[in-house]
Design a protein around this ligand. Structure first.
Ligand code: HAM
Length: 419
């Protein structure tokens, strides 16, 4: 066997030290915010039947066409690492009979997702999303609450230079009729379009709005707009959503060209972008999917939700205020003797049981080295364990006392509370 160094697969990364703390902080903020709003945590499996995403996300989407990690298990079943969370949550909603509960059912998740995309800054093959879904209500207040919650979360996390774009896709029928109209318009202007857009006129004409190609952009500036063609009910629904967002003081721009990369959307769609990010500016997005549950074999059930990319949140400057991990007591050994180590180890256990953030030397350092290490950790108290006593140093006050080992934890607690 060769001894060559192994690396994590392309587009994946290890989460280490400081980053892991920031992520834990983001998770805890999301849990507090969504928990207080009545959302229940859900975790679905990392892989699902491939058919779930084919039927749910849509066969014409980039995700299903080229980005899924799909494999066969030993029984010949086609499985896929989840590329997104909405279809799995809808599957779970039906499978667990959640439609029989009081509606709407509000769920949230923080999970890893997998897409075989071209890896670059902010775009990975395994990434994390915080997501929320509300199933079982068509009320425009659901749309507004959902969007306002994400706005609140991103704001609280300090994501910089945020913009919210908002649109409505109307009912599926409106969208289908519009699609044909747009296809006809694109065909009539085919010679000015980029080859990629031309190729996708049949499969996914809406993606033409996303193109950076100058000729295509010019054509799209004059393209018919779906937002101008909404039916009365859909237009009223959208007006209600906007009015409620105004009441909640959530700032947004109406963007009739907003295209989401998933097929299940109906009515409201939205996306938060950050100008602090480069090309991958999408921080989070979502919308309504009133036909998805039914499409997956469940009863007709409206739904609405969003997902935000944890890495994008972090890249856009979003992190909770640093939680202080200050070491309250560091135990050092006067000499590297097993007996002293035993005493320090016992005190470490006592200190932790008493709720103190305590550490001891684990590196076999000299006393000087241990004190240096305690200083680097910012320890508030250092206990130097000697054969007959412990020298407790208050690093802030610059004072020290000699105590019996049994009195150390109590002294630190007393000093700590006196602060
Ligand atoms: P999405 O827009 O595909 O929506 O993804 C949501 C967010 O996930 C994006 O805004 C981005 O921050 C992050 N993201 C997506 N792909 C990657 C990647 N390759 N690397 C890093 N971050 C990425 C959905 O997934 C829908 N399920 C959202 C939803 C929930 N709609 C309704 N309910």
């Amino acid at each position: 066997m060769s001894g060559a160094k192994l690396k994590a697969p392309r587009g994946t990364f290890d989460v280490l030290g400081g980053d892991a703390c920031v992520r834990a902080g983001i998770e805890s903020r999301a849990r507090t915010l969504l928990g207080a709003a009545g959302y229940e945590r859900i975790e679905t499996p990392a892989f699902e039947a491939t058919e779930l995403f084919e039927r749910g996300v849509g066969e014409s989407t980039d995700i299903v066409r080229k980005e899924m990690f799909t494999f066969e298990d030993a029984g010949g079943r086609s499985l896929t690492l989840r590329p997104e969370g909405t279809a799995p949550v809808c599957r779970a909603y039906v499978e667990h009979g959640m439609h029989k509960r009081r509606q709407p059912v509000k769920l949230w998740y923080l999970s890893s997702f997998f897409r075989h995309e071209r890896a670059q800054a902010g775009r990975y093959r395994q990434f994390w999303q915080i997501g929320s879904e509300i199933l079982g209500s068509e009320d425009p207040a659901v749309d507004a609450e959902s969007i306002a919650l994400l706005a609140g979360l991103l704001d609280e996390l300090g994501v910089r230079e945020l913009r919210l774009r908002l649109s409505s896709l109307g009912a599926r029928e409106t969208r289908a009729a519009y699609r044909e109209q747009l296809q006809a318009y694109l065909r009539a202007n085919e010679s000015s379009l980029s080859p990629e857009v031309r190729e996708r006129i049949e499969l996914n004409p809406l993606r033409a709005f996303d193109s950076e190609h100058p000729g295509t952009r010019e054509v799209m500036a004059g393209a018919p707009r779906l937002l101008d063609q909404l039916g009365t009910e859909d237009a009223e629904h959208f007006a209600e959503v906007r009015a409620l967002l105004d009441i909640a003081s959530v700032a947004y721009e109406i963007d009739p060209t907003l295209v989401r990369g998933l097929d299940y959307y109906t009515r409201t769609v939205f996306e938060f972008t950050s100008d602090a990010l480069g090309a991958q500016s999408g921080v989070g997005g979502g919308g309504r999917y009133d036909r998805l549950v039914e499409q997956l074999g469940g009863p007709p059930t409206p739904g609405m939700g969003w997902a935000a990319g944890v890495e994008r949140v972090m890249l856009a400057g979003g992190a909770p205020p640093a939680a202080s991990q200050a070491v309250e007591l560091f135990l050092a050994l006067e000499r590297p003797e097993p007996e002293l180590r035993g005493v320090a180890f016992r005190l470490l256990g006592e200190a932790r049981s008493a709720g103190l953030a305590a550490q001891m030397d684990l590196g076999g350092r000299s006393l000087k080295g241990q004190l240096g290490h305690a200083a680097a950790l910012g320890a508030r108290y250092v206990g130097i364990v000697a054969p007959s006593h412990v020298v407790l140093k208050d690093m802030q006050a610059g004072e020290q006392t000699e105590l019996a080992a049994d009195a150390v934890v109590h002294a630190v607690l007393r000093g700590h509370h006196a602060l």
